[in-house]
Design a protein around this ligand. Structure first.
Ligand code: HEM
Length: 157
């Protein structure tokens, strides 16, 4: 079960990244011109938020199923071990912060404010979230914590 969820969590990372890039492109092109904020712009930000929320649920399930919560509560020794520190703390906390920012960016698109303001807020909150997500993904090249690019692949393949 945990393996299936891990594969899904791995794959969904690409959905998150694609919607984050689309949201950034739409936000940027809107804030630099005089475009109207459309339902399509809002939908892109919403799909990013939904994909992040699914990642949060899958991540939380994996966090408990794979014993990372026990690592976190087992004392401070794990902080000296990069892989343990990464999954028990850095990955989870970084991603939760990013997901909160994605929510704030989406909420801005629902407010009764000028279209330019919606584009700007959507862009800046998504940009900070995107940077955090990129920094806390266990890319295959990362020593000790590297994980495959796609489910079932081996690191370095
Ligand atoms: C946008 C949000 C997120 C993205 C893009 C993301 C991405 C990833 C990726 C690519 C992996 C490696 C998968 C593999 O080994 O095949 C992973 C593993 C994992 N993530 Fe996330 N993650 C996100 C959010 C979260 C959150 C919020 C949590 C916990 C609260 C979490 C907990 C975990 C855990 C426990 C693992 C597995 C570690 C293990 O193999 O034991 N993730 N994540």
């Amino acid at each position: 079960m945990a393996t299936g969820l891990l594969h899904l969590h791995n794959l969904l990372r690409w959905v998150v990244l694609i919607f984050a890039l689309l949201t950034l492109i739409k936000g940027f092109s809107g804030m630099s011109g005089k475009k109207a904020f459309t339902a399509g712009d809002k939908k892109t930000a919403m799909f990013l938020m939904i994909s992040c929320d699914i990642q949060l649920l899958l991540g939380l399930a994996l966090y408990f199923m794979k014993g990372w919560f026990n690592v976190l509560t087992s004392g401070s020794e794990f902080m000296k071990l990069p892989a343990q520190r990464f999954f028990a703390l850095e990955h989870a906390v970084g991603m939760i912060i990013a997901i909160v920012l994605v929510h704030i960016g989406y909420a801005a698109t629902k407010k009764n404010v000028a279209d330019g303001t919606k584009f700007k807020k959507m862009f800046w909150f998504t940009l900070i979230a995107f940077i955090i997500i990129m920094a806390t993904i266990p890319w295959p090249s990362r020593e000790a914590i590297g994980r495959p690019m796609f489910p079932g692949m081996t690191v370095g393949a």
